[in-house]
Design a protein around this ligand. Structure first.
Ligand code: SAH
Length: 276
């Protein structure tokens, strides 16, 4: 079995995968955590880059797939030190590309989903650096699947809202129309939502969202450390205070989580498969 897998991965060098040219930056989504959730194109990029600049949310296990000699550079918060500011990261990417390196910018989930991939590629475009985006499985979809929560289901919701619980300063986003958010879709999937959950829940209830709507908090989705907690909108703030759910976490507000008791396929298998 292992033999076959190795051979198939080797075939990724085949010519139908695009060439990673010198001086290019590829912004690549690594998926929510389980290494197996990285795309084949992302894996191909790992095999053909000169340097990987990666974020805190990237599972370092994936970096073991790098060929020998590839440099790695961490661009996240570590050991209490402040994270490098976004402009510094973007400028670093430009410098590396101008040195003629094949630069793999590896980001958690999908690079364009609350991941500042938009900002980074904008800076690259303005600087005339050629780039490619390799989409990834976003935590708010693929992460939920590992908790047995379908982001949409025709019996619960025909629409879903992806929301951030933070603005650039870490506060609850100010320029959000809570009235519209509360009523527009039956299910809200919130990224970076734990810290301000109490405040956001209050805003949603004030705007008409039922106080007894289920709230599910999926922490470390798709990883062996995954945990899932359930509460209600009116109690969500107090719940977070009391239980301090681990982060990163995705918060699901609405009845999408009603399917979880039946669809929770991952918990019983948690210890079985380290790749995915
Ligand atoms: N680009 C990423 C999101 C980056 S914002 C994506 O598409 O998934 C960071 C937020 O993503 C975290 O605060 C958390 O809400 C969510 N997140 C990322 N990985 C996660 C994981 N494994 N489990 C739960 N939430 C995760």
């Amino acid at each position: 079995m292992r033999e076959t897998q190795t051979n198939n991965f080797a075939k990724l060098d085949a010519e139908d995968f695009p060439t990673f040219h010198a001086g290019w930056v590829w912004l690549v989504g690594a998926g929510p955590g389980a290494p197996g959730l990285m795309s084949l194109l992302a894996y191909h990029a790992l095999q053909h880059c000169d340097i990987v600049v990666y974020d805190a949310l990237v599972n370092p296990d994936m970096l073991r797939w790098l060929p020998e000699g590839v440099e790695t550079e961490y661009a996240g918060k570590r050991g209490g030190k402040p994270s490098p500011v976004q402009t510094d990261i973007s400028l670093r990417l430009i410098t590396l590309a101008k040195e003629g390196k094949r630069v793999l910018r590896l980001k958690g989930g999908d690079p364009f989903m609350f991941g500042r991939g938009g900002e980074e590629s904008q800076t690259l475009a303005k600087a005339g650096i050629p780039f490619r985006i390799v989409p990834g499985i976003s935590a708010g979809i693929g992460g939920l699947a590992y908790a047995g929560i379908p982001a949409t289901h025709r019996d619960t919701n025909h629409a879903v809202i992806f929301l951030t619980g933070h603005d650039a300063t870490g506060k609850m986003p100010a320029n959000v129309n809570w009235q519209a958010i509360a009523t527009a879709a039956p299910v809200i999937v919130m990224y970076m939502g734990v810290k301000n959950l109490g405040e956001i829940a209050e805003a949603l209830i004030k705007a008409g969202r039922p106080a007894d709507h289920p709230v599910t908090i999926v922490s470390n989705a798709s990883l062996p450390s995954q945990t899932v907690a359930s509460t209600f909108l009116s109690e969500a703030g107090a719940y977070v205070e009391a239980h301090k759910p681990p982060t990163p976490a995705i918060v699901v507000i609405g009845h999408a989580s009603d399917w979880r008791p039946l669809l929770d396929w991952y918990s019983p298998k948690l210890m079985e498969n380290k790749i995915g």
